[in-house]
Design a protein around this ligand. Structure first.
Ligand SMILES: [Zn+2]
Length: 257
C-alpha cells in the first residue's frame, strides 16, 4: 500500500436495501448499514490503523509518520441516522470518526435534497451533538446552509465558512479546526476563505489518498458507495490513490513530504 491515508467518505448509513430512482442518481451517498458493519469489522480484523482527523492532520503536516494501512472515517452532513446506525458500530471497535455538520441547520431536515426529489432526513440537534462529543465523536464544519461555496459571492462565502465555525464552537464549547466543502465545491478563493477563517484542515471530494504532499486545506477522500461490496471498498483502499486532477494548493503552501 502506498504510504498515504485513505480518508473514507460516508454520507447516510442506514437500512437502504433498495434505492429509489432519485436516490440511485446519488448512490455514493448511501451506505447500507449491514455493509458498513462488515467494512468496520474488516478494518478491525485486518489491523487497519483508523486515525482521527487530528492525527491525519499531524501526519500531513509531517509531525508524525504516516502509519501503514492508515484509514480515516468521515461522515458528511450530520444526519440523525449517524447516531442511530453508524455510531454504535464505530463504538464497538473504538474507531475515531469525524462528522461534518451543516451548522446553520442543526436539528432541522436536510432540505437541500428536496430539489432532486429525495427524502430530507433529519439532521442531529445541538443536544445530540454534545452527547456524541462526550462519547468521543469528532465534529467539523460543513458550512451554514450546504451551498456550493465556489459559486457564492465573497461575502456569502466568508459567512458560510466563518459563521459555521463560530456556531459550532458555541455548541461544542471548544475550538473547531476541521472543515469540509459541501458538494466538494471549492476553488482557490474558497480555500483562502477557509484559511482566513482559521481552519487547520479541510476535506474535498477529490478521490485519492492523503499524503504529506497535500495541502491540509484540500485533503482528498474516497467515497464508499451503496454498491460497494467489501471487495469494492478493499479496491478503493488499495487503489485509486492518484487524483485524476491535481488538488488545489495555496500559493504559499509548501509540502512537508
Ligand atoms: Zn454535504
Amino acid at each position: 500500500m502506498t504510504q498515504g491515508i485513505s480518508i473514507l467518505m460516508y454520507h447516510q448509513v442506514g437500512p437502504f436495501r433498495h434505492l429509489t430512482a432519485p436516490m440511485k442518481a446519488h448512490r455514493s451517498t448511501y451506505c447500507r448499514v449491514d455493509r458498513f458493519a462488515d467494512q468496520m469489522a474488516w478494518l478491525h480484523r485486518f489491523d487497519y490503523r483508523v486515525l482521527s482527523m487530528d492525527e491525519v492532520l499531524a501526519c500531513v503536516r509531517g509531525e508524525r509518520p504516516v502509519p501503514a494501512r492508515a484509514v480515516a472515517l468521515t461522515f458528511d452532513d450530520g444526519y440523525e441516522s449517524f447516531h442511530e446506525h453508524a455510531w454504535p458500530i464505530l463504538q464497538r471497535y473504538g474507531f475515531p470518526a469525524m462528522v461534518y455538520l451543516v451548522a446553520g441547520m442543526l436539528g432541522e431536515s436536510s432540505s437541500w435534497f428536496a430539489r432532486d426529489g429525495r427524502d430530507t432526513p433529519p439532521l442531529m440537534s445541538a443536544a445530540r451533538i454534545r452527547q456524541l462529543r462526550r462519547e468521543g465523536c469528532d465534529f467539523g464544519a460543513h458550512s451554514m446552509t450546504h451551498v456550493r461555496l465556489a459559486e457564492q459571492s465573497a461575502a456569502r462565502m466568508r459567512a458560510e465558512v466563518g459563521d459555521s465555525k463560530a456556531r459550532l464552537e458555541d455548541v461544542l464549547g471548544e475550538r473547531v479546526q476541521h472543515f469540509c466543502y459541501p458538494y466538494g465545491s471549492h476553488d482557490a478563493r474558497t480555500v483562502d476563505a477557509v484559511s482566513a477563517a482559521g481552519y487547520a484542515c479541510a476535506a474535498t471530494c477529490v478521490r485519492a489518498t492523503a499524503t504529506p504532499a497535500d495541502d491540509p486545506l484540500t485533503l482528498p477522500r474516497k467515497a464508499v458507495s451503496h454498491g460497494d461490496s467489501l471487495l469494492g471498498v478493499l479496491w478503493k483502499l488499495h487503489m485509486k490513490n492518484e487524483a485524476k486532477t491535481p488538488s488545489i494548493r495555496r500559493a504559499a503552501f509548501r509540502p512537508t513530504g
